[in-house]
Design a protein around this ligand. Structure first.
Ligand code: SF4
Length: 115
């Protein structure tokens, strides 16, 4: 199976192609090879979303993963996020969930809420 997709590592946006043998073409630099190989073997994504929070000024707290998570784990992570309620005060980069869904990745706050 041949995979074709756009490299999102930089704004150039090269059109990458990975053939059946894993050979990458269409890249203008080595980062495209790394991206294409990861995308076809173990794709990952950063997740940005919100969770419930017990604040008086906001109902939701914006959060993100501390680093990209496997796409295959996305559903389990979203389920874990649906059950959590963050507690104020919260500062940017506070860990809201440690090792979410066993991914070895944390969910961290991207907003400060004092009350
Ligand atoms: S292959 Fe290199 S130049 Fe092309 S989009 Fe990816 S990072 Fe940018």
């Amino acid at each position: 199976m041949v995979h074709e997709f756009t490299c999102i590592v930089c704004p150039v946006g090269c059109r990458l192609r990975v053939d059946k043998g894993g050979e990458v073409s269409g890249h203008k630099c080595k980062r495209g090879i790394v991206y294409a190989t990861e995308e076809t073997t173990h794709p990952t994504r950063m997740l940005t979303t919100t969770v419930k929070v017990n604040s008086r000024v906001a109902k939701r707290l914006s959060v993100r993963t501390s680093r990209p998570i496997p796409k295959a784990a996305m559903f389990d992570v979203m389920q874990a996020l649906a059950t959590v309620e963050a507690r104020v005060p919260v500062n940017i980069h506070d860990v809201i969930i440690h090792n979410v869904a066993g991914t070895d990745v944390d969910i961290i706050a991207t907003r400060r809420l004092a009350t």
